[in-house]
Design a binder for this molecule. Sequence first.
Ligand code: GRF
Length: 219
Amino acid sequence: MEKEKMKVGVLISGRGTNLQALIDACADADFPAKIVLVISNVADAYGLKRAKDADIPTVFIDHKAYPTREHFDAVIDSALRESGVEFVCLAGFMRILSEEFVEHWRNRLINIHPSLLPAFKGLDTHQRAIDAGVTITGCTVHFVRPAMDDGPIIVQAAVPVLPGDDAERLAARILESEHVIYPLALRLVAEGRASVEGEKTILKDGAPTAESLINPSPG
Ligand code: GRF
C-alpha cells in the first residue's frame, strides 16, 4: 500500500516559482508530501495557473475584503482545515500573518527567504546585501514565528555575490538555490527528520556539507 503523504497547503502572492519547485518535487512518487491546496491573496497571481495546470485545487482569498488581519487569517485557516491540510508552506506570500495563526500552525508552517537569515530580514533583501558589500549571501527555509523572517532554520544555501551584480541578477542566482532547498526542507520535515527543540531545528540523519564557500576564491 502507498505510504500516507503529508497534506500540504501553499500560500502565494505572485509568480510561484518556489511553488513550482514544490509541485515538481511532489510529482515524484517517493516524495513524502502532496500539495492539496494553493491559496493566493492576489487574484491573477501566476502561481494559481501553475497549481491549476498541476490539477491542484486553488482559492483566491482577497485580504482587502476583510476588516482586520485576524479576519483574513481566520478565512485562510478555515480553507486549509476544510482541505485537510496538515502542513503549510509560505512561498512568496506577501502578507504578515497574525500571531494567532502562526501559533496555531506552530512547527507546521515554514517559509523561504532569500538571504542567509538572520541577516537581511524583510524586503529589498538583494539590494541591501549588495549595498552591505557581502560576498556571500543565500537563502533560508525556516519554521515561522510571529516576528518577520524569524524562527528555527531548517536548510540554508550559500550563494556568492559576484562583481557587477545588481539586485535582479543576484535574485536570479539565489532563486536557483531556493528551488533546491525548499523541496529538501519539506522532505526533511515530512519524513520526520527535522524537528524543533528549544527553538533550534534538530536534523536526524542529515548530511551536512563540510565544504566552505570562499568568495573570492583563494585559488
Ligand atoms: C522568493 O524569492 C522567496 O524567497 C520570497 O519571495 C520570492 C517568491 O518567488 N519569499 P516565487 O513567487 O516563488 O517565484
